[in-house]
Design a protein around this ligand. Structure first.
Ligand SMILES: CC(C)(COP(=O)(O)OP(=O)(O)OC[C@H]1O[C@@H](n2cnc3c(N)ncnc32)[C@H](O)[C@@H]1OP(=O)(O)O)[C@@H](O)C(=O)NCCC(=O)NCCS
Length: 175
């Protein structure tokens, strides 16, 4: 199995467009990735300024160009604002496997946007990328993320541990 993102797969839902990131998104992406609430359960380096955010966007563009991962900007069809991101990465092509990650700005949470986005990305992953397995690693206290995953029939892997982050739980969805 191999992927080809040379034509970026733009995805449409009722209220959202999932599209490629561009450097024009730097301000919105900074607002998202530097946000304390967004980062409450995520262990990662947060950008300190717009320059670092542009570096992050460049790294994502390169990742996608190399078909190693993909990150969609989640844009409102109404306001054209960037609400969040969702992505697939850590592909294991032999096993048709990918990990999913997502975040939405607190101003737009609890309105069903991520449910709408994740359904579309799961469908894309299974039908277009031929994935057989999608996994999510999420903090054990991240109720919003766990509810989102439960609703899409991801199953908690009780016997497995995230060796890097002991408080993470692994959720798996099989085709
Ligand atoms: C997890 C996250 C993406 C959910 O996005 P969202 O757009 O608010 O999700 P939705 O509105 O589609 O809601 C999904 C489900 O979670 C529930 N939910 C959302 N936020 C919740 C909260 N703060 N507390 C309890 N339940 C919550 C919703 O009620 C819904 O369940 P239901 O349909 O059974 O009622 C969002 O909270 C977020 O970005 N968090 C910060 C980043 C993060 O932790 N990402 C995950 C890293 S693994």
């Amino acid at each position: 199995m191999s992927f080809d993102f040379s034509t970026f797969p733009v995805l449409e839902t009722e209220r959202l467009t999932l599209r490629a990131l561009s450097l024009d998104d730097a301000k919105a992406i900074f607002g998202l990735r530097a946000n304390k609430e967004v980062n409450e359960f995520i262990q990662r380096e947060t950008p300190k300024n717009l320059a670092q955010t542009r570096g992050f966007i460049d790294s994502i563009t390169e990742l996608t160009a190399n078909n190693k991962g993909i990150l969609w900007a989640i844009q409102s069809n109404n306001s054209e604002e960037l609400l969040g991101t969702i992505g697939l990465r850590n592909f294991e092509t032999e096993d048709n496997y990918a990990e999913i990650g997502y975040e939405i700005h607190p101003d737009y949470q609890e309105r069903g946007y991520m449910t709408e986005a994740i359904k579309e990305v799961i469908e894309y992953g299974f039908s277009k990328l031929n994935l057989k397995t999608i996994e999510a690693f999420t903090h054990k206290n991240n109720i919003a993320s766990i509810t989102l995953l439960d609703n899409q029939d991801f199953v908690l892997q009780t016997e497995r541990e995230d060796e890097n982050f002991k408080d993470n739980r692994i959720y798996k969805l099989s085709k």
